[in-house]
Design a protein around this ligand. Structure first.
Ligand code: UDP
Length: 329
C-alpha cells in the first residue's frame, strides 16, 4: 500500500516507517523536523519537509502519489506543557489534524491510523483500563487526543474515512535491531530521562513522589516497546483495509513497572550509578496505569513481545551508550 506517514521522522514515527517498509509498503514521510530528526529517515522511503499547519504544503505532498492511507503521528505530547500552553496544543494537535483530514477528503484518501493516547482516560476508576473505561482527561494533551478521536468518528460517518485510533500507553525502548538511533530532543518521559542521567547529559533523575499507594511508593505505568507499537500500526492498517471498518484500541503491555524498578534495571544494565533524587509528586500523575489490550489481541492478533523491563532498558541503553562514547571522544 502507498502510505504517507506524517510525523515519520520522530521517535515513534521512525519505528512505524521501518515496520511498514519491512511489511512491503511504499512509504513517504511528511515531517517538519521540529522534533523529528533527519537521521531517522530511511533511504528507501520518500520525504517531504512540511508542516501540518500549512495546507498548501500538505496538498503538495498528497499530490506526489496516490496515497491509499495516512498514518498521523505529528503532535506535541508533553502533558505538563499542555497545561501551561493549551494554545500550542490546540493549534498543532487539533487544527493540524483537521488540516490532514480535510486534505484527505480533497485527495480521496480513505484510511488513517492515528496516534491516540492513554491520556484520554485520566485518573483510572478501575484497572486494567479497557477501551470502555470512562474518558476524563486530566490534562489538555489528553483532551486534544479525545477530541480528535471524535472528529475521526464524524469523518467516518460523513466522508467514509476509516480510522484506527491507537491509544498508546507509555512508549519506550528503541528499535530491537538497533537500526534507529535518533535521540529525542529535551525528553520529559521517564526512560529517556533515566538514560540521559546515565550518560551525564543531565545531572540526575528526579523521582516524582515515593508516597503513592504502590509496592515501592513510586508511580507504576504500562511501558510498551516502540517496536511493538510499530507492529500495531501495520496490523491496524491491514485491519481497517480488509474489514473496511474503524477501530479504537489500547496498545499496552498489560503489566506495570514502577519508576524504581526501571531505575534499578537501568543501573544494572548500564553499570552506571545514575544519580536520582526523590522530589514531590508531579500534578496530575495517577499512582498506577495498566492497560487491558484484550481488544487489540482479539481484533488485530497483536500482543506486546518486547515490552519486558530488560528489553526496554537494554535497547535504550544500546543507543545512549554510543552517545556516552561520543561525549568522551
Ligand atoms: N517520572 C519521574 N521522573 C521524570 C519523569 C517521569 O519520576 O523525570 C515518573 C512519572 O511521575 C510517572 C512515570 O515516571 O510515574 C512515567 O512518566 P512519563 O512522563 O514518562 O509518562 P506519563 O505516564 O506521564 O505519560
Amino acid at each position: 500500500m502507498k502510505v504517507l506517514v506524517i510525523g515519520g521522522a520522530g521517535y515513534i514515527g521512525s519505528h512505524v516507517v521501518k515496520s511498514l517498509l519491512n511489511a512491503g509498503h511504499k512509504v513517504t514521510v511528511f515531517d517538519n523536523l521540529s522534533s523529528g530528526r533527519e537521521e531517522n529517515l530511511f533511504s528507501n522511503a520518500g520525504f517531504f519537509k512540511g508542516d501540518i499547519l500549512d495546507p498548501i504544503g500538505l496538498a503538495k505532498a498528497f499530490q506526489a502519489d496516490d496515497f491509499e492511507a495516512v498514518i498521523h503521528l505529528a503532535a506535541f505530547k508533553a502533558a505538563g506543557e499542555s497545561m501551561l500552553k493549551p494554545e500550542k496544543y490546540s493549534v498543532n494537535n487539533i487544527t493540524g489534524t483537521i488540516n490532514i483530514l480535510n486534505t484527505m477528503c480533497e485527495y480521496d484518501v480513505k484510511r488513517i491510523v492515528f496516534s491516540s493516547s492513554a491520556a484520554v482516560f485520566g485518573e483510572p476508576v478501575r484497572l486494567p483500563i479497557d477501551e470502555d473505561h470512562p474518558k476524563n482527561p486530566e490534562n489538555y494533551y489528553g483532551f486534544t487526543k479525545l477530541e480528535i478521536e471524535r472528529f475521526l468518528e464524524w469523518y467516518d460517518k460523513l466522508k467514509g474515512i476509516k480510522f484506527a485510533a491507537l491509544r498508546y500507553f507509555n512508549a519506550a525502548g528503541y528499535d530491537i535491531d538497533g537500526e534507529i538511533s535518533g535521540l529525542e530532543q529535551s525528553p520529559a518521559n521517564l526512560l529517556p530521562v533515566i538514560m540521559e542521567a546515565a550518560v551525564g547529559m543531565r545531572e540526575k533523575l528526579q523521582i516524582f513522589g515515593n508516597d503513592y499507594d504502590t509496592p515501592d511508593g513510586t508511580g507504576v505505568r504500562d511501558y510498551v516497546h516502540v517496536t511493538d507499537l510499530a507492529a500495531g500500526h501495520v496490523l491496524a492498517l491491514e485491519y481497517i483495509t480488509e474489514k473496511n471498518e474503524s477501530l479504537t484500541v489500547n496498545l499496552g503491555s498489560e503489566s506495570g513497572l514502577s519508576v524504581m524498578e526501571l531505575l534499578e534495571e537501568a543501573r544494572k544494565i548500564s553499570g552506571k550509578e545514575i544519580p536520582a533524587q526523590i522530589v514531590g509528586r508531579r500534578p496530575g500523575d495517577p499512582a498506577k496505569l495498566v492497560a487491558s489490550s484484550a481488544l487489540a489481541k482479539e481484533k488485530l492478533g497483536w500482543t506486546a513481545r518486547y515490552s519486558d523491563c530488560e528489553t526496554l532498558i537494554r535497547t535504550s541503553w544500546n543507543v545512549y551508550k554510543d552517545r556516552l562514547n561520543n561525549l568522551f571522544e
